[in-house]
Design a protein around this ligand. Structure first.
Ligand SMILES: [Zn+2]
Length: 259
C-alpha cells in the first residue's frame, strides 16, 4: 500500500515514512532504527512499503517512541514490535492510555478498532534522554493535547554536520474543546497547560521541525525542497509553529467566549 506522501530522507539519517494523515519518522543510528510514532492501525503495510522504498529494514527497528497516547500514533506498535523486537517508549502519564487504564485513546471517537492494550517498556519522565550510538533522543513533557504529550529533540547528522530535529508531540485542539474536556473529566485548566508548554519549548533551537502531523511542518513542501536538492534547515520554523498554535488556542477561546 502506497503512502500519499512519497517517503523521503529529510536530512542525513532522518527519514519520513508516514502519510498525509499522520507522521512516522525514523532516525537511522549505528545500533538500529529509532521510530517516532506508528500511525493509524491501517497504516502497517504502508509503513513497511515506505521503509522498503528507503532501504530501511523494519527488523532493524530498535526503539519506538510515542509522542502521545492517541490511536493515530500507536496504531501499529504491537505489530512493529513483534516484527523487530523493538523497545517501546511513552510518557509515564500516557502509558495509562495505551494500557487501557484510561479510555482516552480516541479509538471510540474515530470508530477504530485498536490493537490490544499494552504497556510500553520504558516510561518517560521530564527531561529523560536516551542514547542510540551517537544519536540522543531528549524528551520534554508538553502537556495539553494529552496530559503526557512529549516533545522530542534529536541530533541528526549529514556529512559531518550536526543539526537538531524537534517535534512537539501533540498540538491538536480537539482535546481542548470545552465539551470534550467536560465529557472526559478534565477542566479548562488544560488550555493553560497547553499554552505553558508552548512557552516552555520556545527556549529550544530547532533546525528541522518534525511535524507530529504533516500539516504542522509543511512536510510536502520539505519533500519538494529535498527533491530539488534544496536545504530544509530553517530555524524560524520552530518558533513559528509554537506561535501558530498559540494563535489557534486564542481563537478557540475567543470563539467560545462569543457563543
Ligand atoms: Zn492526538
Amino acid at each position: 500500500m502506497r503512502s500519499d506522501i512519497q517517503p523521503f530522507r529529510m536530512y542525513g539519517n532522518l527519514y519520513f515514512v508516514g502519510s498525509s494523515k499522520v507522521s512516522v519518522h525514523i532516525i537511522k543510528t549505528e545500533v538500529g532504527l529509532v521510530m517516532i510514532d506508528t500511525g493509524y492501525p491501517d497504516m502497517y503495510e504502508q509503513i513497511l512499503d515506505s521503509m522498503q522504498a528507503l532501504e530501511l529494514d523494519p527488523k532493524d527497528i530498535c526503539a519506538i517512541f510515542h509522542s502521545h497516547g492517541h490511536i493515530d500514533h500507536f496504531g501499529c506498535t504491537l505489530r512493529l514490535k513483534e516484527l523487530s523486537g523493538a523497545k517501546t517508549y511513552i510518557s509515564r502519564i500516557d502509558n495509562d492510555i495505551v494500557n487501557g487504564t484510561r479510555d482516552l485513546s480516541w479509538a471510540t471517537e474515530l470508530g477504530l478498532e485498536r490493537e490490544k492494550p499494552f504497556d510500553c517498556d520504558v516510561l518517560i519522565d521530564e527531561g529523560d534522554s536516551f542514547t542510540f550510538g551517537t544519536t540522543t533522543v531528549r524528551c520534554r513533557l508538553a502537556p495539553g493535547h494529552t496530559e503526557g504529550t512529549l516533545a522530542f529533540f534529536v541530533n541528526v547528522e549529514e556529512n559531518g554536520s550536526t543539526v537538531v530535529a524537534g517535534m512537539h508531540g501533540g498540538l491538536g485542539l480537539n482535546t481542548l474543546q470545552r465539551a470534550w474536556l467536560n465529557a472526559n473529566g478534565f477542566t479548562v485548566a488544560m488550555r493553560d497547560a497547553y499554552r505553558n508548554s508552548l512557552h516552555k519549548l520556545a527556549d529550544e533551537t530547532v533546525d528541522i521541525v518534525m511535524g507530529n502531523h504533516p500539516g504542522q511542518s509543511n512536510t510536502t513542501h520539505n519533500l519538494k525542497k529535498v527533491l530539488a536538492g534544496e536545504s530544509i534547515l530553517n530555524r524560524n520554523a520552530w518558533p513559528a509553529l509554537l506561535q501558530t498554535y498559540e494563535a489557534k488556542l486564542d481563537k478557540l477561546l475567543a470563539d467560545e467566549a462569543a457563543q
